[in-house]
Write a protein that binds this ligand. Sequence first.
Ligand SMILES: Nc1ncnc2c1ncn2[C@@H]1O[C@H](COP(=O)(O)OP(=O)(O)OP(=O)(O)O)[C@@H](O)[C@H]1O
Length: 231
Amino acid sequence: MNSIVVNGLRFHYPAQTEPTLDIGQLEIARGERVFLYGPSGSGKSTLLSVLAGIHRPQSGTVAIEDTDITALTARQRDHFRAHHIGYIFQQFNLLPYLDCIHNVALACEFSNVRRQRLQQRNISPEDEAARLLNQLGISHEMHSRRASELSVGQQQRVAAARALIGSPELIIADEPTSALDADSRLSFLKLLFAECERAGSTLLFVSHDAELASQFDRSLSLSALNQSAEA
Ligand SMILES: Nc1ncnc2c1ncn2[C@@H]1O[C@H](COP(=O)(O)OP(=O)(O)OP(=O)(O)O)[C@@H](O)[C@H]1O
């Protein structure tokens, strides 16, 4: 079973004439942990946002967990993402005035699917948020701190907990370790792997840190995948 299947994908931003992405085929198996790398500006974040349904390609199909998201409206893609995809953004996108627990639990407000998965385990979003934060090294004393009062590395961990809550099938991580030192990077990765394995989630992880690649099931070069002239 595949988590991601891409066929004949072409995507360009409105002002561009050449496509940023031109990818013949890409398959990522369910539960696989994949490391995606490529030079700055080659289109890694763009590919992640197309896979998450934030941008819709001009041609080709993108199936996530057997749903062709290119056939969905923007609103349907937003719902699909909220239910099935945990996205750790490069800029985290935390709400600065909310504390850590409520930033994480918020993902369940937007998705009854994620809420129901926790209900089945008899656990509240707040309790699961606290468990994930502890797992990712945000100690109990910090849980009630606002996101605006956290270091960048701490914000990255909160953003990871928010992506993981409610066990979405696919976790997409855009350079989630860039603000961490080498030791913290490896321990963060181990915790992320453990949580993905616990939930049976597929992990697609972008990083410039080539040293992390050996930890993954597979490494993908965007330049090798992408037939676009700019890649
Ligand atoms: N919203 C946008 N509108 C127009 N062009 C964009 C937009 N976002 C990105 N681009 C362009 O698309 C190309 C790919 O950008 P993207 O951010 O996907 O690269 P990247 O590989 O993730 O880079 P980095 O490693 O520096 O984060 C770049 O040439 C960039 O300038």
